[in-house]
Design a protein around this ligand. Sequence first.
Ligand code: SF4
Length: 230
Amino acid sequence: MLISEIFHSLQGEGELTGVPSVFVRTSGCNLRCNWCDTPYASWQPEGENLEIAEIVRRVRSYPSKHVVLTGGEPMIAPDIHELAFQLKELGCHLTIETAATVRPRGIACDLASLSPKLAHSAPDERLDDAWRRKHESLRRQPEVIADWIAAGDYQLKFVVSSESDVAEIEELLRDTLCVVPPHKVLLMPEGTTLEGLRARAGWLSELCKARGYRYAHRLHVELYGNRRGT
Ligand code: SF4
């Protein structure tokens, strides 16, 4: 399995923010978000080819029992089901961070962190038309989101760029045909710097108060800046 990095840090996003966790970042993604903050696992995938046993060995070398499978898109990594199974057998708490474009198909998971991509993620002219069409055709799959919601605990995490994104989010939620409590919807300001996050924090926090959604900070940007291995 192509692995871009395995590291120990604090979970920076979502319901488990601040929990010490081991991150296993698979390399490779079926999308090409324009503002992707891990291009080394998507636009230019790089990493080491590791056997599952070696991944598990490295995970066990850290003290945390919380493990996050992230990417890129971990759900397109071959053997991801077997890796998740083996980590659960070890007694790990498993979060899977996915753009929810691939069905769970029974994968072992304690928290599905679903991050569907909105229209503003569309890649620009750096990519050819074929990739831009692929991104657009895959990024929005309400029936796949519904599958994940039915499978177990979840959070729906959206990168929000402007106030108009909220109408798109609410339309997507309606299209899942699921009852999603507002506190399961996390809105995260787009930005990879503290200044960028703060520029959107004012109106986004007010919007969360008005609608009951959860405002989601990016602790790792606050603590470490936008750096690899954090
Ligand atoms: S889905 Fe995630 S990893 Fe893939 S391109 Fe988008 S932001 Fe990057």
